[in-house]
Design a protein around this ligand. Structure first.
Ligand code: CUK
Ligand code: CUA
Ligand code: CA
Length: 635
């Protein structure tokens, strides 16, 4: 391994270099950009990355000076917290939280009419379990349009708009019982969102079969990432754990740890081998188009039968028992399944899959390597230079190994494919390297999401934080550079370059997000942009307010006890970062109203008296005075 030349290089010098580069590029790149310095700077930093890596070897600085910007965005899942977290990498600073399956006190997610419309028929659920977050792709690369996430707890899939970083669609998946693995089609574009039904249940699950596991099944679901319509499902043997898609657009694959279709721990570990089930998306589409499907009582989603060894839709490739993660190499050549109970990973050659479906080769002929890596391999990521990095849950390590060398070893050559083992702290689950889920894997940073932090932070009582560790992989050796405590419980994360996103600085007044409020205004004959009035229709009352720092357009409004009140607030400030809120004391009402946004909330005015409403976002020196009174006349 080459000696790292920059080990002794002071970080100050490194940052000095970045600042100079930034200053130079900002001047050149400012053409036609809103907020020129900041935006141009982001691009400049990104473009400078490869050069730094080349000249500095394994000496990336984790330090981001005050006022400087991170060189990558990270999107972290949060497990049972139900939200998505936006991180800056390498600083590991949390930049934002996007509420999805949870409830959010700050934004009013789960309470505003706009969020309730997104939550739809699952609005009664206050929680979720969000393990995986993946961005939309075009031609194998992140395209910055959407994030897709799933809810293991309440069997849902949701989408996040990346321009406003808010969830705009959510669907409950029928016939499945807990969505776990979730991936999206990488090419030609997203395309499908693939969702794994993890647990086996009776189909339909309506009580006619209870303790009869022979009637329990799983389904694999394809959702249209644009319309978020559920297009089809595949009825599979076994169960489905994690999922991935190839780079051709034709295949998806899922690990199965319960080929036994068991219902106890002992049952689920009985077989020496489980499998990776590969789906031929084109064959599924053809069957659905030609009407060659069934539906299962209670839903009209087309279901094709993918059970058995010789269906047009599936192939079940045997792998060592109870595999977990499955990860596509950035060159599109391989899908690598992680052994979990086996100390191995199984390397499947994606270019052999067409022959497998044509029955020209046997199932195991698709396996080109099965390297032994250590105890408890869970997930694998890549640096774009031919190396794979796999978490070893039981060994508490990340092992770096070379894929082509593992293939040579499998073919009988005497070659050591292991490059390095690095201790992490402790018990790592997912890991991901910058852009590693895409064709543009750049081998700069690797984040490993450690499930136990034990002694790494100041004690905070019995519930410890997780430990999201940052590793510099830009040189020959992995270097652990940062510990990041996180609240429950990031399972997975992805990272992209800032130039791959285009977040809006303020809302656009024609955003479809508040379509309902627009319709109400039309019905009531008022203009949302200027309305400052109370419209009564029986006991339904709509209160239209605008906000300009530091005032609402009305100092008071009057309703009657028992009225169903909808307050619609439009923030007329056009200034970036000038968010207002709207909250009513002792009514449990609170929501965000960002620049140029309209937000609304509906409640029953069940208590007579005087109730102050106020702005929750500190927006002005007179923010405390930004308030008014709701007068509720006794019935
Ligand atoms: S799973 Cu959590 S460590 Cu739900 Cu992706 Cu593997
Ligand atoms: Cu408006 Cu604070
Ligand atoms: Ca098993």
């Amino acid at each position: 391994m080459s000696k790292n030349q920059s080990d002794d290089m002071p970080t100050g010098a490194f940052n000095e270099g970045r600042r100079r580069f930034l200053a130079g590029s900002a001047a050149v790149g400012a053409v036609g950009m809103a907020g020129a310095a900041g935006v141009a700077g982001v691009g400049a930093l990104t473009r400078s990355q490869p050069a730094q890596a080349a000249s500095n070897g394994n000496g990336l600085s984790v330090h981001v000076d005050p006022g400087e910007l991170d060189t990558y965005y990270g999107f972290w899942s949060s497990g049972q917290s139900g939200e998505v977290r936006v991180m800056g990498v390498p600083s590991m600073r949390e930049l934002a939280r996007i509420p999805v399956f949870n409830r959010c006190s700050a934004t009013g997610w789960g309470q505003t009419n706009e969020s309730l419309a997104v939550l739809g028929d699952s609005a009664q659920f206050q929680n979720g379990d969000l393990h995986h977050v993946h961005m939309s792709y075009t031609d194998g690369k992140y395209d910055g349009r959407y994030l897709y996430v799933h809810d293991k707890l309440n069997t849902r899939v949701a989408r996040i708009r990346l321009d406003i970083m808010r969830c705009d669609k959510m669907v409950t998946v029928p016939n499945a019982h807990a969505i776990h693995g979730l991936r999206v089609q990488k090419a030609p574009k997203t395309g499908y969102v693939f969702a794994n039904g993890e647990n086996i249940v009776p189909l339909p699950n309506d009580g006619r079969h209870l303790d009869e596991p022979e009637h329990y099944w799983s389904v694999f679901t394809g959702i249209d990432g644009e319309s978020m319509e559920i297009k089809w499902q595949v009825w599979v043997d076994g169960n489905l754990d994690n999922c991935n898609a190839d780079y051709s657009g034709r295949f998806a694959a899922s690990t199965c740890y319960n080929a036994e279709r068991g219902v106890t721990l002992a049952d689920k570990m009985r077989f020496e081998r489980d499998w990776v089930v590969v789906f031929d998306i084109h064959a599924i589409e053809r069957a659905v188009e030609s009407g060659d499907y069934i539906t299962i009582e209670g839903s009209d989603v087309p279901v094709v039968d993918g059970r058995g060894p010789d269906t047009p839709f599936t192939r079940y490739i045997p792998v060592p028992k109870n595999p977990h993660g499955i990860n596509a190499t950035p060159d599109g050549k391989y899908l690598i399944a992680n052994g979990k109970l086996s100390p191995t990973c199984t390397v499947i050659d994606t270019h052999k899959l067409p022959d497998l479906f044509d029955n020209k080769i046997e199932l195991r002929d698709t396996v080109v390597a099965e390297p032994e890596l250590g105890l408890g391999p869970l997930h694998t990521t890549y640096d774009g230079r031919g190396n794979a990095y796999t978490t070893l849950f039981i060994d508490s390590q990340v092992v770096k190994w070379n894929v082509e060398d593992a293939i040579r070893h499998y073919n009988g050559e005497s070659v050591n494919y292991i490059r390095q083992k690095l201790d992490v702290h402790y018990q790592p689950g997912h890991l991901n390297a910058t852009l590693a889920e895409t064709a543009e894997a750049d081998g700069q940073w690797l984040v490993v999401l450690s499930k136990f932090s034990k002694d790494r932070f100041l004690p905070v009582g019995p519930l410890h934080p997780e430990n999201d560790q940052l590793i510099d992989i830009s040189g020959d050796e992995m270097k652990l550079v940062h510990d990041g405590p996180a609240f429950a419980e990031p399972h997975d994360c992805i990272m992209c370059r800032p130039d791959q996103l285009n977040p809006s600085p303020i809302y656009s007044r024609d955003d479809p997000y508040w379509e309902q409020a627009r319709k109400w205004a039309e019905e009531d004959g008022v203009d949302l942009d200027t309305a400052s009035t109370v419209i009564r229709n029986g006991n339904k009352v709509r209160v239209y307010l605008t906000a300009v720092a530091p005032q609402y357009s009305m100092n008071k409004f009057t309703v009657k006890q028992g009225d169903e009140v909808t307050v619609i607030v439009t923030n007329l400030d056009r200034i970036e970062d000038l968010s207002h809120g709207f909250a009513i004391i002792n009514y449990g009402v609170s929501m965000e109203v960002n620049p140029q946004q309209t937000s609304s909330i509906t409640f029953t005015a069940d208590k007579p008296g005087v109730y102050w409403y106020f702005c929750t976002w500190f927006c002005h020196a007179l923010h405390m005075e930004m308030a008014g009174r709701m007068l509720v006349e006794p019935a």
